[in-house]
Design a protein around this ligand. Structure first.
Ligand SMILES: N[C@@H](CCC(=O)N[C@@H](CS)C(=O)NCC(=O)O)C(=O)O
Length: 211
């Protein structure tokens, strides 16, 4: 099987995809896009990812055997699961719908909010108290939602580990940057520790380097 090209950097959205590729044991080649140096705006990358953001993939053996370029981490997770018939995106029933629900929650809530919390709280270029308070409060609200869900079930979709967990884990791994004390959310902490023991997660979190 030809390797999938993964365009990525050492950030939560990039790591969702490297964890997924590791979980599926698919061969892949990493192409680093240094977003600190603005490489996401280079013409060659924008032809692959017109939204100027990592991650993106090129699958030489996409649908119909034709190459496929894909951006948006949630879409990439769904695509890779369906390509391989993986139960990481359950194929029917309640687990499938709940996986989608929590994946959308991550994509629409956790990612954008934690990202803004990092912007305002972690080595900010300018201290903006209103922005700090707004995004920190919203981050804490999302942690409370996550903690309540994980009080009821082992994983976001229920009893099975899915792409919803894969999408959320690398963001929670940045808990220090968004100034959250993980011990205040014991169910999140238990889930976080359990997922962190998976070999694929350890490997995926170190792509393209560990930070
Ligand atoms: N919704 C997009 C968000 C991607 C995103 O924001 N990626 C960040 C890194 S985590 C990025 O490329 N940032 C570059 C920039 O802000 O210019 C996805 O999930 O793929």
């Amino acid at each position: 099987m030809e390797s999938i090209e993964l365009y990525t950097w050492g950030t939560p959205n990039g790591r969702k995809v490297s964890i997924m590729l590791e979980e599926l044991a698919l061969p892949y080649k990493v192409i680093e896009i240094n977003i600190g140096k603005g490489e996401q705006h280079q013409e060659e990358f924008v032809r692959i990812a017109p939204n100027n953001r990592i991650p993106a993939i090129i699958d030489p053996q996409g649908p119909g055997g034709q190459p496929l370029q894909l951006f948006e981490s949630g879409a990439i997770l769904i695509y890779l699961a369906e390509k391989t018939d993986s139960e990481l995106f359950p194929q029917s029933g309640r687990d499938r719908v709940l996986t989608l629900q929590w994946l959308m929650w991550q994509m629409g809530g956790v990612g954008p909010t934690f990202g803004q919390a990092h912007h305002f709280l972690f080595n900010p270029k300018q201290v903006v108290p209103y922005g700090q308070q707004r995004y920190h409060a919203e981050t804490l609200r999302l942690y409370a939602v996550l903690d309540k869900r994980l009080e009821e079930v082992d994983y976001l979709a229920g009893e099975v580990y899915t792409i919803a967990d894969i999408a959320t884990y690398p963001w929670v791994a940045r808990f220090e940057r968004h100034q959250v004390a993980l011990q205040e959310f014991p169910n999140v902490q238990r889930w976080f520790n359990a997922i962190g023991t998976r070999e694929a997660v350890k490997q995926g979190m170190a792509v393209p380097f560990y930070n």
